[in-house]
Design a protein around this ligand. Structure first.
Ligand code: SF4
Ligand code: MG
Length: 315
């Protein structure tokens, strides 16, 4: 709710005044149990910061993260630690997020140990059953991360996140480092686990086709703000924000609605989040920009049930 995360950039201090990157600038949304909420946007748009701030791995600048009626930022360290069991994260890079000197059984068992779940035998049993669930032979539990392929390592990362039976799993670019065929396997694994354990996911990725495939609802972010939010089907059929249109052009899906718009924006030419342009942050790249867009930021406005857009064309 109204979440803000600003980073001070000390090297840019001019005349005693610091400059800030507004990584998250007034982000509000709700998440229902059982949803897979996709968050998509180019790198630098604040997606990862959002994921980490929700887990309180970062402190916020302003706002609240309300989880089952509790603002996570109001909790003490030990209160937070017990809630952390319910909210886990799968990271972008399975290569760097796993300690190379630890065996797989220790890596997957570590969260159980930290939270004092069961005795050593119970923990070992749990590790074996989770390994099986994510498709890794439990006989390999004495192996080290480097003895596995990239896809297998991400399976280990997922097993680790699931060890404590969480409710919510935040996946941050969880398949981005993998080959396309392996991506599909991991996404299918995540979907199987979601169904089986009645999980809730926040699925963060820059690749719209991946987000479109897995999500039930999608948020499009641009330079620290939400520019469009809608159910997946609605967004695929009727993306309204010019930036969403550009994303759908850049990641063509099997959707006839994509090709109607001839005005194009080049995706990949990422703007600096330091000092984003005044008014609508997207105006320098927007083929529809009007005078007003350069002066005022458009509020997020609901255009149909559950579908909101921040663009002056719709206001
Ligand atoms: Fe383009 Fe203006 Fe809409 Fe921003 S508010 S996306 S500049 S039309
Ligand atoms: Mg990121």
């Amino acid at each position: 709710k109204n979440l803000k995360k600003y980073y001070e950039i000390p090297s840019t201090k001019i005349g005693g005044k610091s400059q800030y990157v507004k990584a998250l600038d007034d982000i509000s949304f709700t998440l229902q149990k059982g949803e897979i909420l996709g968050i998509v946007g180019e790198s630098g748009c604040g997606k990862s910061t959002l994921g980490k701030t929700i887990l309180r791995l970062h402190e916020k600048t302003e706002g609240e993260v309300i989880y089952n009626n509790t603002d996570l930022f109001s909790l003490t360290k030990s209160e937070l630690s017990s809630i952390r069991k319910d909210i886990q994260m799968v990271f972008q890079d399975p290569f760097s997020s796993l300690n190379p000197r630890k065996k797989v059984e220790a890596l997957i068992g570590q969260p159980l140990k930290i939270h004092k779940e069961g005795n050593i035998i119970e923990r070992s049993k749990k590790v074996e059953s989770i390994m099986e669930e994510v498709g890794i032979n439990p006989l390999y539990k004495k192996r080290f991360p480097h003895q596995f392929s990239g896809g297998q390592r991400q399976r280990i990362g997922i097993a680790r996140a699931l060890a404590l039976n969480p409710e919510l799993v935040v996946c941050d670019e969880a398949v981005s480092a993998l080959d396309v065929s392996v991506q599909a396997q991991i996404i299918n694994l995540l979907l199987d686990l979601w169904e089986k354990h009645k999980l809730t996911y926040i699925f963060i990725a820059h690749d719209l086709s991946v987000v479109e495939f897995i999500s039930t609802r999608i948020i499009v972010m641009y330079l620290g703000r939400i520019v469009e939010i809608a159910d997946k089907k609605e967004l695929v059929e009727r993306h309204v924000h010019p930036y969403s249109k550009a994303l759908f052009e850049a990641f063509p899906l099997t959707n006839p609605h994509n090709r109607q718009d001839k005005k194009r924006v080049v995706i990949g030419d990422v703007p600096s989040p330091l000092n984003p342009p005044k008014g609508c942050h997207f105006h320098p790249r927007c083929p529809y920009a009007m005078e007003r867009c350069k002066r005022e930021y458009p509020p997020l406005k609901e255009i149909s049930k559950g579908h909101s857009v921040a663009c002056w064309i719709e206001n």
